[in-house]
Design a protein around this ligand. Structure first.
Ligand code: DX5
Ligand code: ZN
Length: 219
């Protein structure tokens, strides 16, 4: 189904899918109109959970945009593995133990896009110095670690603050929100200034996935 293009992208988080057939689930999401596939990487250290790593991503066949979200303590050590495993964009956290500038450099040197993320309680100021150096900022709208959590709306003013600041320093900056996105929260995020919405449980559990993509994009 063709959806009128309002510039909003949907990144489908595989954390919400049936992992026993992740490749098919990714294809299902893309056919339903999702733009990107979001691969959530957790190391049991930065967050308590462990999800999957580069070999999992590599096993996802198909020519689609892989949006890798590293929730790991040392993202700098992972860049080469994920770049070799097909990432088109790698996003890592300001709260990690890696040097931010250096890690952005490693991602760009691998020829792919870089994203920088903040957890719900990290102020927007943590990413403002880097807005002109990355392609995307990810504002977490839940505590990283688990899918299926409730949206934290106190994070929205940060989206607006980053969007306003980016108008001056990087007008083409993408702002992604991740966690608890559904038809009620998507419009709030879009109004605040987000243009890439990650959706896991809501999307993969939807009765009609195409309709859900359309609803989320419309805002
Ligand atoms: C949370 C992950 C999110 C999350 C999204 O740590 O980064 O990508 O799985 O899932 P839902 O849409 O279910 O909140
Ligand atoms: Zn994520």
């Amino acid at each position: 189904m063709e959806i009128s293009d309002n510039g909003i992208k949907i990144s489908a988080s595989l954390l919400g899918c049936d992992l026993s057939k992740a490749g098919e689930e990714a294809e299902r999401a893309l056919k339903a109109g999702a733009d990107w596939i979001h691969v959530d990487v957790m190391d049991g250290s930065f967050v308590e959970n462990i999800s999957y790593g580069a070999p999992f991503q590599k096993a996802l066949k198909g020519d689609f945009f892989k949006d890798t979200h590293l929730m790991v303590s040392r993202p700098d050590r992972q860049i080469k593995f994920f770049a070799e495993s097909g990432s088109n964009m790698i996003t890592f956290h300001t709260e990690s133990d890696s040097d931010i500038e250096q890690t952005i450099g490693l991602i760009h040197d691998a020829g792919i896009m870089a994203g920088l993320s903040i957890k719900p309680n990290t102020p927007a100021e943590a990413v403002l110095p880097y807005l002109h150096k990355v392609e995307m900022i990810l504002v977490m709208t839940v505590e990283p670690g688990y899918g299926g959590q409730g949206f934290l709306d106190f994070t929205l003013p940060k989206v607006t603050q980053i969007r306003e600041y980016a108008r001056k320093v990087n007008p083409s900056l993408m702002i992604q929100v991740d966690g608890g996105i559904n038809p009620e929260t998507a419009p709030l995020a879009i109004r605040a200034g987000a243009d890439v919405l990650v959706s896991g449980s809501c999307l993969f559990k939807a009765e009609d996935m195409s309709k859900m993509v359309e609803k989320l994009k419309k805002g």
